[in-house]
Design a protein around this ligand. Sequence first.
Ligand code: SAM
Length: 265
Amino acid sequence: MYAKLTDKEFETFREFIKKISGIHMKPEKKILIESRLAKRLRYYNLSNYSAYFDILMKDDVEQQMFIDIITTNETSFFREHHHFEFLRDHVLANARDNVRIWSAACSIGAEAYSAAFVCDEALSARHLRYEIVCSDINTEVIKTAQIGLYPEKFISQIPQKYLKKYCLKGKGKYEGHFIIDDKIKQNLLFRRLNLLEPLPSDMGQFDLIFLRNMLIYFDASEKRKIVENVSSKLKKDGYLLIGHSETLFNITNCVKQLKPTIYTK
Ligand SMILES: C[S@@+](CC[C@H](N)C(=O)[O-])C[C@H]1O[C@@H](n2cnc3c(N)ncnc32)[C@H](O)[C@@H]1O
């Protein structure tokens, strides 16, 4: 017999999620939270969600695991293709120096590697370098991004020319997977960051920041905090890209809109 998450327990988890990640968990997400946390109850052999909450309160490692479980990490390679065309035609075509990009809620790295393929193709012949910082609040997805090993189901999202040039077919125990070439991976840096917290002073400034499909999980005041925090790392003429279902209208004026989903300082 499975435990049921009561309304009161759900409220307690919602408040805690908001406190540690800023994420506004909508009431209709109760079933989702119940099913995602069920495996932790089984792991600890617990009969109810309050007992799990007591463990959570006392254990920092469990708190990170909790964040890893509750965050939604859906992503794909070349998601919103026009952003990668914008990167190629506006940022890389005009680059006179090395280029720095930040994938600020990178999930498993598909966004960052898509950008890396485009950068490598555009910049290597011109002897310019690029660096892509990848960060997320979820440590599990960062580990996956760092390894750069993906199931073949992602292959159809990647243009053939990049697959041939930058992806290697998995063999033996990696059968059914492909791996990103080291010559691409060496341009990526990985770190765990909560975008609601003060950002490290050693991050430097960026020519382009991807902040896509992450703001949807936050309410207006948190959205403002995140965008202002992240935009503080944008170079004067840099670009901030958000997801197609997101807008900064009535949220903040710290960046101005160039076209839908594309902002600059
Ligand atoms: C739906 S994914 C988007 C991935 C990618 N940017 C894209 O558009 O395909 C949202 C990511 O935001 C991360 N996230 C949620 N809250 C966060 C926070 N407070 N700080 C940093 N990352 C966060 C999640 O862990 C998740 O990987």
